[in-house]
Design a protein around this ligand. Structure first.
Ligand code: ADP
Ligand code: MG
Length: 301
């Protein structure tokens, strides 16, 4: 086991940020740590990386206790903090050499060059960090996290604030890194988890609310469906809300609606009947199973 979190509670003043949290990360695994803003993700990651102590409970990383053997933990962990603090006035290569120096690496320059190659910074290596786009700054942050060749990598919201192209590149890079290392990354976006990893721990208000394979989690939940329906004219939203089993109705563009309902039944015939009653015509209707995204919403509402 690479990371073992046992009954961790963290209290900041009056605020309980983590409440009796336990989970483990297996060697070689890519784990998504998913939760809405304020759930406690960054707090958990700061504890795992020994930057702050837990109020109660224990954490160990590759067999070292985060409180007792924090220096050993740091040697074995690479960490990209949420607000990736970089020295904007430093050149990319200069900064990475500086980090390599902090780790007292042998063969500093060789290692810096390897990291530049791995993270795709070749063409940016002589630029100032301040001149780089957010996506490239994130690569510098990843290079910094990997340079001492740690077994465990902790990335706090590594893809937040990136444009779609940068996002695809950084996801790809995370998958590549994850082939060799134990990797845990946090996100508040469900799609990130589906795109990058197969196991997910979901945290909400400081408590773990789900832990498992993404697809199993979707199956464990109450079965449900979404239906998108478009009418030819304005339609009374409340009449849709009154259909048996319907939990939520949202009005979309034009005369379209999205219904969410729980259960196995197919309620499309009810919608057709209702349309006839109201002298409206159904133009399109589409029924889909609830995806992991909705599971996440159910768990963290
Ligand atoms: P996340 O990373 O999931 O958004 P955080 O771990 O940053 O969540 O925060 C969890 C909770 O703890 C939030 O309610 C936040 O306001 C609170 N919190 C985080 N850091 C501090 C701090 N240094 N002092 C007081 N409260 C904090
Ligand atoms: Mg955070």
């Amino acid at each position: 086991m690479s990371i073992i979190v046992s009954n961790v509670t963290k209290v900041y003043g009056e605020q309980k940020a983590l409440d009796d949290v336990s989970f483990q990360v297996n060697k070689g695994e890519i784990l998504g740590f998913l939760g809405p803003n304020g759930a406690g993700k960054s707090t958990m990651m700061k504890i795992i990386t020994t930057y702050i102590p837990p109020t109660e409970g224990t954490v160990s990383v590759v067999g070292f206790d985060c409180m007792e053997n924090s220096m050993d933990v740091r040697r074995n962990v690479g960490y990209l903090p949420e607000h990736n603090p970089l020295y904007l006035d430093m050149f990319v290569k200069e900064y990475l050499s500086f980090i390599a120096g902090l780790h007292k690496l042998q063969d500093k320059q060789k290692r810096v060059d390897e990291m530049i190659g791995l993270t795709g910074l070749d063409r940016e290596q002589h630029k100032k960090i301040g001149a780089l786009s957010k996506g490239y700054r994130q690569r510098v942050g990843l290079a910094q996290a990997l340079i001492h060749n740690p077994d465990v990598i902790i990335l706090d919201e590594p893809t937040s604030g990136l444009d779609p192209n940068q996002l695809a590149d950084i996801r790809e890079l995370i998958r590549t890194i994850g082939k060799e290392k134990t990797l845990m990354f946090s996100t508040h976006i469900m799609q990130e988890v589906e795109a990058i990893c197969d196991r997910v721990v979901i945290i909400n208000r400081g408590k773990i609310v789900a832990d498992g394979k993404a697809e199993d989690l979707a199956n464990q939940q109450k079965r449900g469906f979404t239906i998108e329906v478009e009418f030819d004219k304005e339609f009374d939203i409340n009449s849709l809300r009154n259909i048996n089993g319907v939990k939520k109705v949202r009005s979309l563009k034009g005369n379209s609606f999205e219904l969410i309902y729980e259960g196995e039944a197919d309620i499309r015939p009810d919608i057709f009947k209702l349309a006839v009653d109201k002298q409206a015509t159904v133009l399109t209707i589409n029924r889909k199973e609830l995806k992991l995204e909705e599971v996440f919403q159910q768990l963290t509402r």
